[in-house]
Design a protein around this ligand. Structure first.
Ligand code: KG4
Ligand code: ZN
Length: 341
């Protein structure tokens, strides 16, 4: 069965076709229009600008995804959209479009939770995983650790109590004058710096929760003292974030029988995090399902794949399913993801 997925929760308009056969999820196309340049001057996503840009892009992006997959709506078995969490005006564009396409082509519709979809992204175009698993979602809006009995059943173990990891990277990049969106730029700057030169503190909460806002303040103070040491500050900040993510993940894996680890979300593109995860999972005998770089940041392939898994087990959502700012699976700090600040 082929499924059309639509993602519009924040500042990417994306459509994808994924084919499901048993447990295998094969991406036939994934077309994404980014709005980065529209929001850059505000150093954050401006919700009104985002919704308007989604409206302009949604139809051409869906058409391009169908064409790239060499298919038509007549060959699609169902339609999925990310209905939560996200900016409400943005979510409404993709969800309304998905419902309209499903209704007009007489196909079933399912709504998908975006945070859970970041974990399903780790399963795209890969051999089936062994369950149970642990799952780490590290994105611009969420930092959450899950236990999973199956791809559609994540149970929250812990989450950030303040900033998400991606949000912390973006704010740190702003402090260091690296521009927006800053996660990838800070990552690149950190590759050239010495992480030991200006040490930053580690946050160690009890349990599986995370916290990054104190680290951001420590970086701002260190930057005031050493304003020219951009590479060293970026490297030290990145190491402190990655240390915290790994500390919680390894602790959870010691307490769990799961031998599979899924890691998804925009921050899963981070070079140091990827290296350390590969190394740490090898040493612990864990089967690492690290999200392919193409599917770390927001994309519709993960929405189509989650929708395909739901449709395959017989789930159907009504036309009355609404877009919602909060995830049903994870806690967000303010419910919605980043806004321009
Ligand atoms: O998953 P995503 O596209 O959006 C949300 O669901 O929030 O994640 C975007 C986040 C941004 O905060 C961005 O700065 C961060 O992922 N990011 C990175 C890297 N690439 C993207 N953070 C650290 N290192 C990277 N290489
Ligand atoms: Zn996301």
């Amino acid at each position: 069965m082929k499924v059309l997925g639509i993602e519009s929760s924040c500042d990417e308009t994306s459509a994808a076709i994924v084919e499901i056969a048993g447990e295998s999820l094969h991406v036939l196309s994934c077309v994404t229009a980014s709005q980065d340049t529209l929001h850059e001057e505000y150093r954050g996503v401006v919700p009104e600008i985002a919704s308007r840009a989604h409206l302009e892009c949604i139809v051409p992006v869906v058409r391009a995804a169908l064409a790239e997959a060499n298919t038509t709506l007549g060959c699609i078995g169902g339609v999925a959209s990310g209905t939560r969490p996200g900016l409400i005006g943005s979510l409404l564009v993709g969800t309304s479009a998905a419902k309209a396409i499903a209704w007009a082509s007489d196909r079933p519709f399912v709504g998908v939770d975006h945070v859970g979809a970041h974990l399903v992204a780790c399963l795209l175009d890969r051999p089936p995983a062994v369950w149970p698993a642990l799952g780490l979602v590290v994105s611009g809006g969420h930092t959450s650790l899950f236990a999973l009995g199956s791809p559609l059943e994540p149970t929250l173990l812990g989450a950030t109590i303040d900033d998400a990891a991606g949000e912390a990277f973006d704010k740190a990049a702003t402090i260091l004058g690296l521009g927006y969106p800053g996660g990838a730029r800070l990552d690149a700057a950190a590759e050239l710096g010495d992480p030991e030169r200006i040490p930053l503190p580690r946050t160690r909460l009890k349990g599986h929760d995370f916290s990054f806002s104190g680290l951001k303040t420590a970086l701002a103070l260190a930057h005031q003292r050493a304003p020219t040491e951009i590479g060293a500050l970026a490297a030290s900040f990145r190491l402190a974030v990655v240390d915290q993510l790994l500390d919680r993940t390894w602790r959870a894996s010691e307490e769990s029988a799961a031998r599979t680890l899924l890691v998804g979300g925009g921050v899963a593109a981070n070079a140091l995090l990827r290296r350390e995860l590969i190394h740490g999972c090898e040493a612990r005998g864990i089967d690492l399902r690290l999200c392919d770089m193409r599917y770390c940041t927001d994309n519709a392939a993960m929405i189509a794949a989650t929708g395909a898994l739901r449709l395959q087990r017989g789930d159907r959502d009504g036309w009355d399913v609404v877009a919602e700012p909060l995830s049903s699976l994870a806690r967000g700090r303010r419910g919605e993801r980043r806004r321009a600040e």
